[in-house]
Write a protein that binds this ligand. Structure first.
Ligand code: FPP
Length: 246
């Protein structure tokens, strides 16, 4: 039986988030420049997106560029940005054909104008698609997102102070970039690193975490299936007891 058949289609994670890690090490192991790893990472992105869409996953969030990634060597940052543009352009037709809706989280206006412009066009072209929502986290970090939410709340209420007991989780979430997106059910991190790296820190309060040694450029839909099968063996209690949830 292949892996896909082992997945229970009635208890799929609604939202899968992925920290795509290990591109640099993958390339270096092959005696290549780090950017070679990022280029091959695009193949993993393609296969994972296709696999997720085919399975019926509703939301897939990929951590593509963090606010901290600007600290990488200038050459690598430039190469990543041009890879983003070329990928957006080359994948446009496939995304439209496959009914994928593209969304982003992060400071898109802080990206080079070419990237921002191409992204906004693709977001608008796919906005009516009803299949998988593919969310690219770009120029994103959780601390940035949370601080930004606080700034926006203060701006909105500076002339008309809000009643303190109106500040609830639900209220605060309306100020996050993920405001219309359910929290991830499953977070996958590749490359054998056990860190969250400033990714969706608020949103993963009750997310199931899955770590794999596979380096991102080698990740394929079968690795996604393995993560989902593992997820389906877990008991999610959300703070309750096992008896309560059963
Ligand atoms: C982490 O590996 C990967 C990134 C910072 C970039 C991810 C980008 C891509 C997969 C390509 C483009 C993506 C899209 C969505 C079009 P790393 O460089 O930190 O690897 P290392 O830990 O081995 O150094």
């Amino acid at each position: 039986m292949d892996l896909k058949e082992k997945i229970d289609k009635n208890s799929l994670p609604i939202h899968v988030a992925v920290i795509m890690d290990g591109n640099g090490r993958w390339a270096q192991k092959k005696g290549n420049q780090r950017i070679f790893g990022h280029k091959n990472g695009v193949k993993a992105v393609r296969d994972t997106v296709e696999g997720a869409a085919e399975l019926g996953i509703k939301y897939l969030t990929l951590y593509a560029f963090s606010t901290e990634n600007w600290n990488r060597p200038k050459k690598e940052v430039e190469a990543l940005m041009s890879l983003l543009i070329s990928t957006i352009n080359s994948e446009t037709d496939t995304l439209i054909k496959n009914n994928v809706r593209l969304l982003t989280i992060g400071d898109i206006d802080g990206l080079p104008s070419g990237v921002g412009k191409n992204l906004k066009e693709l977001i608008s072209k796919t906005s009516n698609n009803t299949g998988l929502s593919l969310i690219l986290a770009l120029n994103y970090s959780s601390r940035w997102e949370i601080v930004n939410a606080v700034k926006d709340i203060i701006t909105d209420f500076q002339d008309n102070p809000i009643e303190i007991n109106k500040i609830t989780n639900e209220f605060f979430e309306r100020y996050l970039h993920t405001k219309d997106i359910p929290d991830p059910d499953l977070l996958v991190r590749t490359s054998g690193e056990y860190r969250i790296s400033n990714f969706l820190v608020w949103q993963i309060a009750y997310t199931e975490l899955y770590f794999t040694e596979v380096l991102w450029p080698d990740f394929r839909r079968n690795d996604l299936y393995e993560a989902i099968i593992n997820y389906q063996q877990r008991e999610r209690r959300f703070g309750k007891t096992s008896e309560q949830v059963n």
